[in-house]
Design a protein around this ligand. Structure first.
Ligand code: ATP
Length: 331
């Protein structure tokens, strides 16, 4: 569609492009160009117009397109690690799109990044919903085809948690930590700014695909009633200019620094633990079958399981997919 092509052109040029130049490139009238510009504005793209200069995208524009993501990946020199990008305006969930993509892939065809402006059915763990039906957040998945065994999933969740927290603290200077296993939490109020949902797809007992979904609240200032007391965003934690593609870049950069060490948890688990707010806290873990374990979270072991020293003197380990951990920071 011409509208998208004009957007690409404005993204590439960075400076003003005249209406005349655009109408010549696309072989349409200037009025038709104007119409497309209006349509882009209605979609939320801040296109500035200046007499005798033409059009340009405001430098502060938070634009996310396939092209913009690919440029960021190139800039980070991650094309080999992430050769394929899928971008959609609206999806049910980027993890679901990743699954559908995986069905069409043969082995070792290369990693994918799947991003969307909004998800209509974003998911948390155990089928709970992740509210992401708007563009004020970053919603994306990585589709990977690791050669390791299925046990890697718990590790992948933790490794991704560390990558996200490193991006948030080192690049964006935000005071955040991880609530084991997968939540990005603001240190001062314990509210949730992001989450991770990893899924593994097996074929004949071996890993066909590893899908890691990441959702980060970027610029939201208000949340729906059901999460208003528990949710926060980067913008609320520290006001700033958070463009989705920049936050995306910082996370994938950190992720691919860690990913080659997925199997060597001893190399990065100490740093995960340092950033994990759950350790040392009183917790209440509820397993799927309703069993309740109460005690102090004392460690995370080499399998990525949480070690709880129970009030009854016994030590328990709980798996990430299995429990809901409560009791942290006033929950
Ligand atoms: P638990 O606290 O039991 O460990 P969890 O951390 O595993 O749960 P997830 O399943 O990862 O939680 O995420 C889903 C939950 O997150 C929802 O039930 C809801 O409470 C909350 N939530 C949903 N959307 C958002 C959002 N955009 N920002 C922050 N929190 C959200």
């Amino acid at each position: 569609m011409m509208k998208e092509e004009i957007l690409e052109r404005l993204l590439q040029e960075k400076d003003y492009v005249s209406g005349e130049a655009l109408s010549q490139s696309f072989g349409v009238s200037r009025a038709a160009i104007w119409k497309s510009i209006q349509a882009l504005r209605e979609q939320g793209y801040p296109v500035e117009a200046a007499t005798r200069k033409g059009y340009r995208l405001s430098a502060a524009a938070d634009v996310l397109t396939k092209h913009v993501i690919e440029e960021k990946i190139k800039q980070l020199r991650l094309q080999d690690q992430l050769p394929f990008v899928i971008y959609e305006d609206t999806v049910v969930s980027t993890n679901l799109t990743a699954k559908q993509q995986l069905e069409q892939l043969s082995d070792g065809q290369g990693n994918h990044l799947i991003a969307a402006a909004r998800q209509t059915g974003g998911k948390g763990r155990r089928g709970r919903s992740w509210l992401s039906d708007h563009e004020a957040g970053l919603w994306f998945s990585l589709l990977l085809q690791p050669s390791e065994s299925p046990e890697i999933m718990a590790r992948a969740t933790l490794l991704t948690g560390l990558a996200v927290v490193r991006a948030m603290t080192e690049i964006w200077q935000l005071p955040v930590g991880i609530k084991w296993p997968n939540d990005l939490i603001c240190l001062s109020d314990g509210k949730k700014a992001g989450g991770i949902l990893s899924e593994i797809l097996l074929e004949d007992q071996s890993v066909k695909g590893l899908i890691i979904g990441i959702g980060i609240n970027l610029n939201s200032r208000h949340f729906p009633d059901e999460i208003t007391d528990i949710a926060t965003s980067m913008q609320l934690i520290k006001p700033g200019q958070y463009k989705r593609v920049d936050v995306l870049g910082s996370i994938v950069d950190q992720f691919f620094k860690l990913y080659p060490h997925l199997a060597h948890m001893e190399r990065w688990l100490p740093d995960y633990k340092k950033n994990c707010l759950t350790l040392g806290q009183q917790v209440r873990a509820i397993s799927f079958n309703g069993q309740i374990i109460e005690g102090t979270a004392v460690d995370i072991d080499q399998e990525g399981e949480l070690v709880i020293s129970g009030h009854n003197g016994k030590t328990h380990t709980v798996r990430s997919g299995e429990v809901s951990v409560r009791g942290l920071l006033g929950e």
